[in-house]
Design a binder for this molecule. Structure first.
Ligand SMILES: Nc1ncnc2c1ncn2[C@@H]1O[C@H](COP(=O)(O)OP(=O)(O)O)[C@@H](O)[C@H]1O
Ligand SMILES: [Mg+2]
Length: 325
């Protein structure tokens, strides 16, 4: 129903971490799509809910290989995996070479993503340029969010990228709303205040969406590090206001989802099955929000790094691709 895309300009300001937080705290069932063309990270950070490593062949890779023809709106869910904590993830690509799929495939994927009826979508686009293959995902989004750090280079590159995105995506008067999130020390911090003033002056149509705390411990939670009370970290606490603002802007706050009508006048059994699936996903999303909300239970220890990697294509294909050497 609503599609929110996140991007960065340069460096690693915390775009993936912000996308993970948005998906985890989103008020309605949400799907996280790891669409960084340089290769996905989320699958390497968190295990699946059953404790196994995320299957990196199932996700964007399998979807793109099906996207020669138009994809059904349910295809995304069918290629998603549930992470520990409850987030539904469409795993990212393993390498930039895989992103060289024809542009038509990305366009078909973008179409399916925007046609979803029973969940919202959070897309991590990673670094985005006018020539990026994943640009069509951002083009179809309701809101494109640039995550930036308020240091000189972070700010200058973000301003340049946002200006370009405004030109490229909003040329015909349509395209996504544009906004930015600052990863910084606090709303009153000099750098944060300066960054906001500069962007307000130079790009008045680009909205400030909030501040995510610069907090290593909190960021560790999204990278699979065991933290006793994740909901108490500065980062997670700061994320609530950002999620509220983003959800409000795209009309996801307090609005129930419409639900997918059964295709081709589906049977009563199919409708009941779809309803049960919807209820399971809504419950999972509530669980994910509870994990980061007040009174959340401590997180279970996560799977150690070695175990997370074993069985993933990173190691399986290392001899043939030279990866990991
Ligand atoms: N808000 C934050 N505060 C502190 N560290 C962060 C924050 N967000 C991300 N990080 C850390 O910065 C590094 C890059 O984060 P990541 O989300 O992968 O950035 P990007 O997607 O922009 O490359 C990771 O080590 C991550 O844990
Ligand atoms: Mg990233």
């Amino acid at each position: 129903m609503a599609v929110v895309a996140l991007m960065s300009a340069k460096g690693a300001p915390g775009c993936t971490t912000a996308a993970q937080l948005l998906a985890a705290l989103w008020p309605r069932p949400a799907l996280l799509v790891d669409a960084d063309a340089a290769g996905g990270d989320v699958a390497l950070r968190l295990p699946r809910e059953d404790g196994a490593a995320v299957d990196r062949d199932r996700g964007l890779l399998s979807l793109l290989s099906l996207a020669r023809r138009s994809l059904s709106p349910t295809a995304l869910v069918e290629h998603a995996q549930v992470l520990r904590g409850g987030t539904e993830l469409v795993a990212g690509l393993s390498s930039p070479e895989q992103a060289q799929a024809g542009q038509a495939l990305w366009d078909n994927l973008a179409h399916a993503l925007a046609a979803a009826r029973d969940h919202d979508v959070v897309v991590d686009c990673g670094r985005l340029t006018a020539g990026s293959p994943q640009l069509s995902l951002a083009e179809r989004a309701d809101l494109l969010v640039c995550v930036l750090r308020p240091d000189v280079s972070g700010l200058v590159h973000a301003r340049e990228r946002l200006g370009t995105m405004q030109e490229v995506l909003q040329a015909g008067g349509s395209g996504p709303l544009l906004g930015y999130v600052v990863v910084g020390r606090g709303a009153g911090d000099r750098d944060v205040v300066g960054a906001r003033a500069m962007l307000e002056r130079d790009l008045p149509k680009v909205r400030f969406l909030g501040l995510l705390a610069d907090d290593r411990e909190g960021a560790g939670v999204l990278a699979g590090v065991e933290v006793p009370r994740p909901e108490r970290t500065l980062l997670v606490r700061s994320a609530h206001a950002v999620v509220d603002e983003v959800a409000r802007l795209v009309g996801a706050a307090g609005q129930p989802l419409g639900g997918t009508p059964p295709v081709g006048g589906g049977s009563a059994a199919a409708a009941a099955e779809a309803e049960a699936l919807g209820a399971r996903r809504a419950a999972r999303q509530r669980g994910s929000r509870r994990r980061f909300g007040k009174g959340a239970a401590p997180v279970a220890p996560v799977v150690p790094l070695g175990e997370r990697l074993s069985g993933t294509p990173v190691l399986k294909s290392s001899s043939s691709t030279g990866a990991g050497s």
